[in-house]
Structures are given as structure tokens and as C-alpha cells.
Design a protein around this ligand. Structure first.
Ligand SMILES: [Zn+2]
Ligand SMILES: [Zn+2]
Length: 476
């Protein structure tokens, strides 16, 4: 039956194709050059479309596969480009909006994570990021909607090849030591005690050796990170409790700011002034209506905003002071009932380029001249990307696991396992790998690595080398 349907469908297709060709119009005398020009470029002032609020410099780059959508793993970050993806966009977690996280990729091959809210890790996977590619996470503050995915990233990122680069968590100190990011990571390590020991039957290398870079939250304008032409600075935000910070990343004469949560502040204007891509959080003045829609009582909403957050009017006000090339807001409900209102309030002060940094998967491509914002198409059922390795040494090194089952499990429960002969079908019995197959680090020269592993696991490394060469050629 199915086969018949296919045959009919094929015939129909062939028939309609034949129709198209049969209907092609006969050749005619070409229109005059003036007529063609008038029709094709009519209404285009000064040689290009400049319409509405799409200002000079806001347009798609020629290398984008689609100007409308970003499809994961179809476009390389260009040598001089900064690409920013919103991996989590809301304080209220829900399927289309995970908790806040922003991924910044640079043409020099470096990448940075700003906040890692609950659930955002799913979007990293969907965006084709191998978890072992992430080595630097900058946390703005310790509300759980900004760091909830860290335990998963650390544990499964280590399992999936995070053996050679330590994960570093950057974040502010607290007013007292127990409230700083270091105390949070110590607590996380304690919480993950069982998991760490259990996963130690796998290759780990330096994976468990998580690093913390805790900076003094009062050191406004201080440098958090400086390496490879990238500089990250920070300043305080007023978010009800000491120990909330904003970040600014500078690279290749371009700048990205994520303020994290907080009340609009003179410090934002001072430290983000003139930044190319300015991202802040925002809440429109819809507290009473929102109470009916979202179920937050108005007094609780009002009090939360007025002590912790940035009203949309204020977001626009601050953007106008900063004058970015692109202004975006995130950490917001992306809902029809409030989107229009939010734009209207932002536009009260800010008349320049603006986009929502929501819902999840919004992608920004930025060079010194151009900036373009698209919706990314993140699949619901993605598979993990292969772990990515730096093959500069010509080898794949798989560290020896620190432990094995006999050291962390009593024999009794292993002895209760059912004999595989009883469940594998007659004539089929895989060779079970019940013990790690080597007694020291496994070192595989690249030419002995199966071709598919070499291609898949070295993709990011090759792109990095390619972009490095392109920049060297340009004399940078
Ligand atoms: Zn938040
Ligand atoms: Zn917060």
C-alpha cells in the first residue's frame, strides 16, 4: 500500500514538473536598461534599502547561510567575528525559555559562557556545542536561575572529554566569604561527592580540578580575565544583596556587555558606555496584568522589580546613555501580551537598533561594521556533539580512570547481575568491556585514529587554526 502511494506521488511530481516546463513563457525582447533599473531598484534610496528602524550597519553578513535563521553547525565563526547566542532567557523556567545563559564565541576560537541558568545546558547541546568546549563560565550572581546548570556541565562535561582543560568559574566575592562564588563552588563540590566518585571509573584527567576566580565585587572596572586579546571587566549591580556584578568583554575592537540582574545604575552607564552590543534585563510596567497572566501577586511583582530589576523604561534610558550599535534585553518573559508594551516603553528613550534577546536560541552575528540578529533553530531532540580536542600535539590522550568498580562497590550487588548469556539472543554476544582496557594513559597518534573520530573530534581545533592563519595573513 505504502509503495503504491510513493509511485503515485512520484508520477504526480513528474507530471507537475513537466507542466512547469510546458508553461515557460516564450522569449521576448528585453526591456530597456532604464526600465529594468527603475523596476529592480525603485524605492531604494542611495543604493540600499534603509527602512524603519534597521539602521546603517544592521544587515546580514554575506557568509550567513540564511539571513532569516541560524542552523546549528552550518556556519563557522569568521576570523574577525563575534557571535552571541542566547541559551537561556527567562527567570521563570519553562520549555521554550530556560534560565539565563549567554554564549559568546570569538573568531580567535575562544568562547565564553555568561551565566549558566537551570536547563540552559539543553540549549548548548541543541546548538551543537560539545560540553568539553566550555572552559570559562562567568557568573553574574548566585541566584540559582543564573548558575543552576553548572553541576551538570561540570560532571557530564568531564565525562564527555573534559580531561585536559580545567573548568574555571569566575564570579564576585560576597560581603562575607560564605557568600562568594568560591563558597558556592565548594558547596557544589560537596553536593556532588557521590557523583564525582562514581564518575571516577571514567577517564577524568584534570576534570575534577575545577578552578574558581573570585574577584572583589567592589573593585569596579577591575579585570576578571585577560588572555589572547580578550579582556573581561566587571562592576557592581544593585540587586538587593552585595555580590552581583555586570561583565564587559572586549576583543578585536568590539565589546559585549551583559549586565546580569539589577536596578539601573550610573555604573552601567560609566562602564558600558559606547559598547557595541549592550544586553540588559528588563521588566515592563504590567505588574497588575501579569498577576492575572503569570500568577504573581502585584505587590510581590512590584516589590521584586523595585528592589531587584530594571524597568523597561529604565532599560531604554540607560541604552540611550550608552549608545550601543545594538541594544538587547533578555531575562524576560517572551509573551505576546507584554512584548509590544515592552518595546513601547524601551522606545520612550531609546530610538536606536533594538532586539529581544529572547526566546532561547536568538543569535547575534557581529563584526566591526555589521550586526545581525536571527532566530536560531534549535532541535527538540538533538544529539551530543563529539568531544572536541586540541590536536596540536598530534595525539589523542585518554587519561587512566582514577578508580574502578571494585573500589567503590561491594561485590554482592555485582554478583546479583544476570548472566548476559540469558538475555542476549542465541548467536549474539558482544564483547563486554567490564574493565578499563589499558593500565596507563592511552596515547593514540593521530594517524592511528579512525578517520571519523579524527574529523569529528578535531573540528573546532581545525577551525581555530584556520582562523588564526587568516588573521596572521592580515597582519593581526
Ligand atoms: Zn535572575
Ligand atoms: Zn537575580
Amino acid at each position: 500500500m505504502k509503495k503504491n502511494i510513493r509511485v503515485v506521488a512520484t508520477l504526480l511530481l513528474m507530471f507537475s514538473a513537466a507542466q512547469v516546463f510546458a508553461d515557460a513563457p516564450p522569449v521576448q525582447k528585453p526591456s530597456s536598461k532604464a526600465d529594468i533599473q527603475a523596476a529592480l531598484s525603485g524605492g531604494v534610496p542611495m543604493g540600499r534599502w534603509k527602512e524603519g528602524l534597521l539602521f546603517e550597519g544592521v544587515k546580514p553578513m554575506p557568509w550567513l547561510k540564511s539571513a532569516a535563521n541560524w542552523f546549528p553547525r552550518t556556519e563557522d565563526v569568521q576570523p574577525e567575528e563575534m557571535r552571541v547566542t542566547f541559551m537561556g532567557t527567562s527567570p521563570s523556567i519553562r520549555p521554550g525559555q530556560m534560565n539565563t545563559s549567554i554564549y559568546v564565541e570569538l573568531g580567535n576560537g575562544d568562547n565564553f559562557v555568561f551565566d549558566m541558568g537551570e536547563g540552559s545546558v539543553a540549549n548548548y547541546v541543541a546548538a551543537g556545542v560539545a560540553l568539553n568546549q566550555i572552559s570559562d563560565v562567568f557568573i553574574t550572581h548566585l541566584h540559582v536561575d543564573h548558575f543552576g546548570s553548572l553541576p551538570y556541565l561540570w560532571m557530564f562535561g568531564t565525562w564527555a572529554g573534559g580531561w585536559h582543560d580545567r573548568l574555571t568559574v569566575h564570579g564576585p566575592s560576597g560581603r562575607t566569604p560564605e557568600y562568594g562564588v568560591k563558597a558556592m563552588v565548594d558547596g557544589m563540590r560537596k553536593m556532588l561527592g557521590w557523583h564525582i566518585d562514581a564518575f571516577s571509573v571514567f577517564p577524568v584527567g584534570k576534570g575534577w580540578d575545577i578552578q574558581v576566580n573570585e574577584f572583589d565585587f567592589r573593585d569596579n572596572g577591575g579585570i576578571v580575565y585577560e588572555k589572547n586579546g580578550v579582556k573581561v571587566t566587571h562592576w557592581q549591580r544593585s540587586h538587593a544583596k552585595d555580590g552581583a556584578s555586570a561583565y564587559r568583554l572586549d576583543w578585536n575592537d568590539m565589546c559585549f556587555v551583559w549586565t546580569g540582574d539589577g536596578r539601573p545604575s550610573k555604573l552601567d552607564v560609566k562602564y558600558a558606555k559606547g559598547c557595541d552590543l549592550y544586553v540588559t534585563e528588563m521588566q515592563p510596567e504590567l505588574l497588575e496584568i501579569s498577576s492575572g497572566v503569570q500568577g504573581v501577586p502585584p505587590f510581590l511583582g512590584r516589590y521584586t522589580v523595585d528592589t531587584h530589576h530594571t524597568p523597561a523604561y529604565a532599560a531604554g534610558y540607560v541604552a540611550n546613555e550608552i549608545q550601543p550599535r545594538m541594544f538587547m534585553t533578555t531575562h524576560m518573559g517572551f509573551d505576546p501580551y507584554q512584548n509590544e508594551e515592552a518595546v513601547a516603553e524601551i522606545r520612550y528613550h531609546w530610538k536606536g537598533p533594538f532586539h529581544f534577546g529572547a526566546p532561547d536560541g536568538i543569535v547575534v552575528n557581529m563584526t566591526k561594521d555589521l550586526v545581525w540578529v536571527r532566530e536560531g533553530i534549535l532541535p527538540d531532540f538533538p544529539n551530543n556533539r563529539s568531544p572536541q580536542f586540541d590536536f596540536s600535539n598530534g595525539q589523542l590522550i585518554v587519561p587512566l580512570p582514577p578508580t574502578d568498580r571494585t573500589k567503590i562497590q561491594e561485590p554482592f550487588v555485582r554478583e546479583q547481575q544476570i548472566d548476559p548469556k540469558k538475555y542476549y539472543p542465541e548467536g549474539y554476544h558482544p564483547v563486554l568491556l567490564e574493565e578499563w582496557p589499558v593500565k596507563s594513559d592511552l596515547v593514540v597518534p593521530l594517524d592511528m585514529l579512525p578517520e571519523n573520530l579524527k574529523v569529528n573530534m578535531g573540528a573546532e581545533w581545525r577551525l581555530r587554526e584556520k582562523n588564526k592563519k587568516a588573521m596572521e595573513k592580515k597582519g593581526k
